[in-house]
Design a protein around this ligand. Structure first.
Ligand code: MN
Length: 228
């Protein structure tokens, strides 16, 4: 899997880095089952909204780093044998498990983020999702505005989410690594608002990044699949 990525990415930095990660995964594979999923598209597929350079750093350095750190932290413990979501719910809120929680949640959040985006997307959600959005927000535009407001008002690092809470669709924001699955909500899609997600392309203009993502990359089909 990583070899495929190795050949597909035209970026020297990412090629070099993924080579290192592959060795690390091999070293840990008997005790650490968490592997870095492949990107669901090429690293330049989100351009010009999100550049290949941003994706190369974000996936190749940040996302990869969370998976690698998690595997180091849980190696040799019983957590090494749990699915990633279970590691997150088992460690959430425990003061002696903060580093494990942070890296596990960030590993999960980033995989969910890459799948929340898709080249040449945005547009209209599938009918079932659109009806549920209109029931909660009255219009799709109002829903997008609430997502953008949550994303731009999150102070510091964090995430903006469209979630299913009971039978109602809501917008929530979380700080740092926090993820709505720990409070019983079902994530439908997410937007990463850590500076590393946009700073190379947009510098301090977080709102421009968020609105461009909502208009051009957001994957409503993925959100609709998560309704089920
Ligand atoms: Mn990130």
């Amino acid at each position: 899997m990583l070899r495929t990525q190795f050949h597909r990415c035209g970026n020297r930095l990412l090629r070099h880095y993924i080579g290192g990660i592959k060795m690390s995964n091999n070293k840990n594979e008997t005790t650490s089952p968490n592997v870095l999923p492949s990107l669901p598209y090429a690293d330049n597929a989100l351009a010009p909204v999100i550049s290949a350079n941003t994706v190369a750093f974000h996936y190749g350095k940040h996302h990869t780093g969370y998976v690698d750190n998690l595997n180091k932290l849980i190696a040799g413990t019983e957590l090494a044998y749990l699915p990633l979501e279970k590691i997150i719910t088992e460690t959430a809120g425990k003061v002696n498990m903060i580093a494990i929680f942070n890296n596990a949640a960030q590993a999960w959040n980033h995989t969910f983020y890459w799948r929340s985006l898709r080249p040449k997307s945005g547009g209209e959600p599938p009918a079932v999702l659109k009806q549920k959005i209109e029931a909660s927000f009255s219009t799709l535009d109002a829903c997008k505005k609430e997502l953008a407001t949550a994303a731009t008002t999150q102070f510091g690092s964090g995430w903006t989410w469209l979630v299913l809470d009971g039978n109602k669709i809501k917008v929530v924001k979380t700080s740092n690594a926090d993820v709505p699955i720990t409070t019983g909500m079902k994530p439908l899609l997410t937007i990463d608002v850590w500076e590393h997600a946009y700073y190379l392309d947009y510098q301090n203009r977080r709102a421009d990044y968020v609105n461009a993502v909502l208009d051009n990359l957001i994957n409503w089909d993925f959100a609709a699949e998560n309704l089920a």
